[in-house]
Design a protein around this ligand. Structure first.
Ligand SMILES: [Zn+2]
Length: 245
């Protein structure tokens, strides 16, 4: 799994995102509109323990201190109302949240209400898809999503699945996300030949019906009955070569 970092992700602003987030710039009609949104990918344990990642200890193993990401991002959002940020991992977010005073918590609630701080995925972590039992996937997603809901309300509900670092992907994960109401799924790491073919054929976006039994229901959201758009994420290496990092 990748280390703690903030990535920039390129994606076209889907109509559903616009509808849910009026802060999203509508762009220009007749053009390919690209939005850059900063987001987290903070491993809830990998080379270091969760505590070490959060507090920034053992930086000789990996330079990572998640609490400082949240400190600095929230400060930047409060200073500039044109800025937006996406947070993914509930385990780290609520650890930070519990350490904040009431004034800061109210400021963060304001940012969430305004759509400038958005949660996606929202599970306790970004679970593995190959070795995890589906009960565990549901449990960890439930824990994170319930915390978001009870803290920030229904409008903060994540609508995008975000699986950018598991080593391989399962149709059950896609199906579960659709049944949870996710309206899109971004993932990284897939077979390189598959990736290269899709890149060449411009088929990195697709509709994924994860369940043969559920059919369309595993690709639709109960809310909109729209299709769950699946977008395969590509990362950019420092040397400019595309690939997975
Ligand atoms: Zn990772």
């Amino acid at each position: 799994m990748m280390g703690t970092a903030i990535f920039l992700t390129l994606f076209a602003c889907l109509p559903v995102i616009l509808a849910l987030n009026p802060q999203c710039n509508p762009g220009k009609e007749g053009m390919l509109n690209v939005h850059l949104v900063c987001h987290t990918h903070d491993d809830v344990g990998w080379l270091k323990t969760v505590d070490q990642y959060y507090y920034g200890a053992q930086n000789d193993i990996q330079r990572a201190g998640v609490q400082y990401i949240l400190d600095s991002v929230v400060r930047a959002l409060l200073e500039d109302m044109t800025k937006k940020f996406i947070y993914v991992e509930s385990a780290f977010f609520f650890r930070w949240w519990d350490e904040q005073d009431e004034d800061m918590q109210n400021n963060v609630k304001m940012l969430v209400d305004e759509g400038r701080l958005e949660f996606i995925n929202g599970g306790w972590c970004m679970n593995d898809e190959g070795g995890a039992h589906y009960n565990a996937m549901i449990d960890q997603m439930t824990l994170g999503l319930m915390k978001i809901n009870s803290t920030f309300g229904e409008n903060s509900r994540p609508t995008i699945g975000w699986q950018i670092d598991p080593f391989g992907h399962s149709r059950e994960q896609a199906s579960l996300f659709a049944q949870m109401g996710m309206e899109g799924l971004f993932f990284g790491r897939l077979d390189h030949d598959d990736k290269d073919t899709r890149w060449a054929n411009k088929t990195l976006e697709m509709i994924w019906e994860g369940s043969a039994n559920l059919g369309k229901l595993s690709a639709s959201t109960p809310k909109s009955h729209g299709d769950q758009m699946c977008h395969i994420k590509r990362c950019m290496h420092k040397d400019g070569q595309t690939g997975f990092i």
